[in-house]
Design a protein around this ligand. Structure first.
Ligand code: ADP
Ligand code: MG
Length: 917
């Protein structure tokens, strides 16, 4: 990465032209950034930096030559800058923009330039560079030591039991909206928080082991160790309130972070729109670590369909609401009363179609108040921004009106303060359709300011005089082609064509000679012109002053705007959830917040099973049901502490089922209704997943290692209130080991943890645990076979499946018939420990379950016979071992075909060998 001053320029600083020398000097101060230099209509980079900008932005490089030699330059057009800046940021560059800080016309010699803004991926505030519906965070992790003595520690997720684990502060801020929060915790908590925050940029304190932040997938920014000194951090934080409220580690993290935010905004003082630094405890929400977020595909999709849970339920109408809904899903609640309050509000919207539609329509007109307020406070807002604020405020009474009288929405309604005073003020001051620029007039309404009105009257009268001038001069001079006009360069003139020049009166002074005419002015015209131009100039300046004044007054109301933004965001998120509930037939979940008691008796008739615990009737997967041709709903009834072993063929729906159960819990606790006919949800403290690691080939460490690490997390941290999903754990190692690990894990979860657990497994041997452990139950997914074809029913049933149906899936994938038949035989032989090669399962018309198919495939008399015809016993054993070791879950259909082909060849070879003496 090329940053700072290009080395080739640094070396010969003395020989460079003054402007390039200036570039080198500025770039040297910003050695972690690409420095862009305002030259004319371009932001330019030079030498190595130019090469880099050209490459990233796909712009042409220009070879320049001056007295000091040749060098490369690359310019980003100022008009189109956002597009290119975005590319640089996406490539994880910091960009320091050096503007001309003195009027080029006033400058003698070289114009002074200075960096007015440092853009970084996590701190951008430019609307064009930000995604509307999500937050852009910069985060900071710091240890309470602040200094360096902690740097030798080797913290990592695995050592969290260690008492000496340092406490880390984790702070994050969205510089565009001013949202800022901080918490503290051990390395595992840091990892979890970072994955929830999903920062675009991370500051890492000097005492922080890189292993602790290894999970953050973003640019890491180095800051001076001084920034993390406890005293420095305290001083910064004091500007945002009382720094004593925080723990040492929190203070260092938040202080260093805000100091960085101030630096990037080029501000000397505190960021006015960061109204408070919120302190939070991650345990006050449903905990979802990185693995769970990934496994449940809440925000990121990594296998194909492209849809995430968030995409599916995002029916918000405003950027405010979108960010809020995202936050709700990221941190579902654990407080039952708070959850019920959300359900009440969603229900209220769901029951009232007209109210919902009115509110959503009004919300469509709402601008992003949080970012508007940020721009206003930063002094970056123009008149259009204030108009946007105004237009948003106009929508507020409509929303208040729509929801008036709805009990469940009374709370939020009370917070919808339409800020009438501000709305009136803006409306009185700013014209309805102001220009982009705020320095060139046309912004302030007539009647707002007496002085401005007066100046404008002067200018208007002058212009009227001039407008009349043509007619009066034609009359006076008798020149009927005489024209009065205006040019930017020469000002007002009276134009007379060459043929009429002799009629020009004495008081005309020549101003300009054209081909066919002459242009003149009169003393009076000159006087009026000066008056008009003077008045216009003064009016522009005064308008600008009035506007800045107004903007400051609005900025003073940041708190009220912030509170309104918060209420609007909630209304939008609630109405969105209600829309989803109605449109997709979701049901309000009955919440169980205590293992022993259920809520009222209202929903009792709908309950699945009669024990207290998780109960879903005809539940669906919210994302898969949107794309599946016909989604088959399934029940789930799991009393607290149940360990359900789920077996069944590949592709039968095990993973989908487990996830839909977990998603129902996440949705319910986020405040949403759930896709089911009825739902009873116990409040869960944490959802763990270990889903589909066999699909995951990204990431450095071996999948098995990762799998075991994640299993460790589950076994360590799950409680009786947790929901655990284990999908094919123990796949990544030998069958014997994997089976042993899986069994031990189930026993531990059952005996020690008591977490409600869903465990999809291909180890059928585990299913006998049901008879040994009280709360272990078996469920399976069945498939049917008709005319030799396998159909998955996607329907969950009691009991265990008896085979993993790998061969049937191979058949489904199109493996040739003879190979399939042979494989059936080999499987049967394996199961019985011996057996004759059996016939192909009869393709009769009867529909049978695959269990029967598998049974049919067995050789009834095979017992004790260790040999295939003409094949020696050890060859059979080899073949069986090879077959047994196939990792079907990780085998593509093509690979399966190859394996089968290989097996068949070996079987034939063995037969050949057996025939020979
Ligand atoms: P498994 O984990 O048993 O291998 P999956 O859960 O991955 O199976 O499901 C395989 C495919 O079957 C999914 O991609 C989905 O399209 C479909 N599927 C799963 N469950 C259902 C269902 N209940 N109704 C309809 N289709 C389903
Ligand atoms: Mg699966």
């Amino acid at each position: 990465m090329v940053t700072g001053a290009p080395a080739t320029m640094l070396d010969r600083r003395e020989e460079l032209t003054p402007m390039l020398a200036q570039y080198v000097d500025v770039a040297r101060q910003y050695d972690d950034a690409i420095v862009l230099f305002r030259v004319g209509d371009f932001y330019k980079a030079f030498c190595e930096a130019a090469e880099e900008v050209a490459r990233v932005c796909e712009l042409t490089r220009i070879e320049r030559e001056d007295s000091t030699g040749t060098y490369t330059a690359c310019g980003i057009p100022v008009d189109n800058a956002p597009k290119y800046l975005k590319r640089l940021l996406d490539a994880e560059y910091r960009v320091a923009v050096a503007d001309q800080v003195e009027d080029p016309e006033a400058a003698s010699g070289l114009v002074d330039r200075a960096v007015t803004q440092v853009l970084t991926p996590g701190t951008v505030v430019e609307e064009e560079l930000l995604a509307a519906g999500s937050n852009t965070y910069v985060a900071c992790v710091a240890s309470d030591a602040g200094g360096t003595e902690a740097s030798t520690r080797t913290g990592s997720g695995a050592t969290r039991e260690d008492d000496t684990d340092p406490t880390y502060g984790v702070a994050h801020v969205d510089v565009s909206t001013g949202e800022c929060a901080v918490t503290a915790g051990d390395p595992a908590a840091v990892d979890e928080e970072l994955s929830r925050i999903g920062p675009a940029e991370l500051l890492c304190g000097p005492g922080v082991d890189r292993a602790v932040v290894a999970g953050a997938d973003c640019m890491v920014t180095e800051r001076d160790a001084d920034e993390f000194a406890p005293e420095a951090a305290r001083a910064v934080l004091d500007r945002y309130g009382d720094s004593e409220r925080f723990d040492a580690a929190e203070r260092v993290a938040a202080g260093a972070l805000l100091s960085y935010a101030e630096y990037t905004q080029g501000d000397d003082g505190p960021l006015a729109y960061v109204r408070r630094v919120r302190r939070y405890d991650p345990r006050r929400s449903l905990r979802l670590d990185a693995t769970a977020l990934r496994g449940l595909e809440l925000f990121e999709n990594h296998v194909g369909s492209g849809r995430t849970l968030f995409d599916t339920i995002d029916e918000t109408r405003s950027a405010l609401g979108r960010r809020r809904l995202r936050a709700w899903l990221r941190r579902p609640l654990v407080d039952a009363d708070a959850i019920r309050a959300r359900h009440d509000a969603v229900a209220a919207f769901a029951e009232r179609t007209l109210v919902r539609e009115d509110v959503r329509e009004a919300l469509s007109a709402a601008y992003d108040l949080e970012r508007l307020a940020g721009r206003i406070a930063r002094g970056r807002a123009n008149a259009r921004d204030l108009r946007s604020l105004h237009d948003t405020l106009v929508a507020v009474p409509e929303i208040r009106e729509a929801i008036s009288g709805v009990g469940a929405l009374a709370g939020v309604r009370g917070e919808l303060d339409a800020l009438d005073d501000l709305r009136g003020l803006i409306d009185d001051a700013v014209v309805e359709e102001p220009p982009q620029e705020i320095t060139e007039g046309g912004v302030i309404r007539a009647g707002y300011d007496d002085e401005l009105d007066e100046i404008r009257t002067t200018a208007r009268e002058g212009r009227e005089w001039i407008a009349d001038l043509q007619a009066s001069e034609r009359e006076r001079t008798d020149i009927d082609t005489l024209e009065v006009g205006y040019t930017q360069v020469h000002g007002y003139y009276i134009e007379v064509t060459n043929g009429q020049l002799e009629k020009v009166p004495d008081d005309y002074t020549r101003r300009q000679t054209l081909k066919n005419s002459e242009r003149f002015y009169t003393p009076e015209l000159k006087r009026r012109e000066d008056e008009i131009l003077g008045a216009e100039e003064r009016a522009d300046a005064l308008e600008y002053e009035l506007f800045c004044d107004l903007r400051d007054r609005v900025a003073d109301e940041s708190d009220r705007i912030g509170a309104l933004a918060d209420a609007l965001a909630r209304v939008d998120a609630l109405a969105a959830l209600a829309t989803v509930a109605v449109d997709r037939d979701y049901v309000r979940p009955e919440l169980v917040d205590d293992a022993e008691t259920t809520e009222g008796d209202a929903g009792a008739g709908d309950r699945v099973g009669d024990e207290v615990g998780l109960g879903l009737k005809r539940s669906r997967h919210p994302v898969v049901e949107e794309t599946a041709n016909e989604f088959v709903p399934n029940d789930a009834a799991f009393p607290r502490g149940t360990v359900a072993l789920i077996t069944g063929p590949n592709m039968s729906g095990k993973s989908t089922y487990m996830r839909q159960v977990a998603l129902a819990v996440v949705l319910a606790q986020a405040g949403s209704f759930v896709p089911a006919e009825s739902a009873r949800i116990p409040v869960v403290d944490r959802v763990f997943t270990r889903v589909g690691a066999s699909d995951d080939i990204a990431g450095g460490e071996s999948t098995f290692m990762r799998e075991m690490r994640e299993l460790t997390d589950v076994l360590h941290d799950a409680t009786g209130d947790s929901l655990v999903l284990l999908d094919e754990v123990g796949r990544g190692t030998s069958t014997t080991d994997g089976r042993a690990i899986a069994r031990a894990a189930v026993e531990f979860l059952h005996d020690e943890t008591g977490a409600t657990t869903l465990f999809a497994t291909h180890y059928h041997e585990l299913t006998d645990l049901a008879s040994e452990c009280e709360r272990v139950v078996n469920r399976h997914f069945a498939a049917t076979e008709r005319d030799g074809e396998v159909t998955f029913l996607h329907r969950i049933r009691e009991g265990a499946a008896s085979s993993s149906y790998g061969v049937e899936v191979a058949e489904l994938a199109g493996v040739p018939e003879s190979v399939v038949a042979r494989a059936h035989g080999l499987v049967a032989a394996d199961r019985d420990g011996a057996g004759e090669s059996p016939p192909t399962p009869a393709g009769d018309d009867a529909q049978r379950t695959l269990d029967e198919v598998a049974t049919n495939g067995r050789d009834p008399d095979g017992e004790g016979d260790a040999e295939l015809p003409g094949v020696r016993g050890d060859a059979v054993a080899d073949l069986l071992a090879a077959l047994r070791d196939l990792q079907l879950a990780e085998t593509t259909p093509l690979e399966a075909l190859n394996h089968l082909h290989d097996l068949q060849r070996r079987a034939e070879d063995a037969a050949d060998a057996g025939e020979r003496p």
